[in-house]
Design a protein around this ligand. Structure first.
Ligand code: PNS
Length: 165
């Protein structure tokens, strides 16, 4: 059984992430979509909100399982019996960061390969930060994120304008 881990902040999940998960599920028997619990950057959505949004977004992908992780990614991947870490690649600007992470993870755990999936050109410009920026400034994010995320972002934008987080 070929198991992969697709890690990320998913703050929030976008349609670009969902596309990568659907395509990874065609290659692997099981894909653990793993949300990082303690990223260095402070997420807007807490771990439960991110998990709830991701679960709703990938409910149709039978081979995907949503999970959370803390600590080193390679330790988590090993604990799941994964042979690969999947990452999506958008533009050249992603490359340096991804290259550094892939080589660091390979050095720590040579048995686990990082596999890059090129983003669909439709989503090549898309990022969670851009989506949040658009939503918080009153823009329309439909078509960029799953429908549950659209409503969550609308609510977050209202709370923000009222002086919440
Ligand atoms: O969606 P992101 O924020 O680009 O995902 C980054 C992530 C979660 C893949 C990365 O920060 C990570 O793997 N963190 C876990 C800590 C770790 O293993 N660090 C060493 C890897 S270089």
């Amino acid at each position: 059984m070929k198991i992969a881990v697709y890690p990320g902040s998913f703050d929030p999940v976008t349609n670009g992430h969902v596309d990568i998960i659907e395509r990874a599920a065609k290659i692997f028997d099981l894909v653990h979509v793993a949300i990082i619990v303690n990223p260095e950057k402070t997420p807007h959505f807490d771990i439960d909100e991110r998990e709830q949004m991701l679960k709703a977004a990938v409910r149709h992908v039978k081979k995907a399982k949503v999970d959370c992780f803390d600590g080193l990614l390679v330790d988590y991947a090993e604990s799941k019996g994964a042979c690969a870490i999947v990452r999506g690649l958008r533009a050249v600007s992603d490359f340096d960061y991804e290259f550094q992470m892939a080589l660091t993870n390979l050095r720590m755990c040579p048995e686990i390969e990082t596999v890059f999936i090129m983003t669909d050109y439709k989503y090549s410009y898309l990022s969670s930060s851009l989506v949040k920026q658009i939503a918080f400034l009153g823009g329309n994010v439909s078509g960029l994120v799953p429908s549950t995320v659209v409503s969550k972002l609308k609510k977050a934008a209202i709370d923000r304008n009222r002086g919440g987080k």
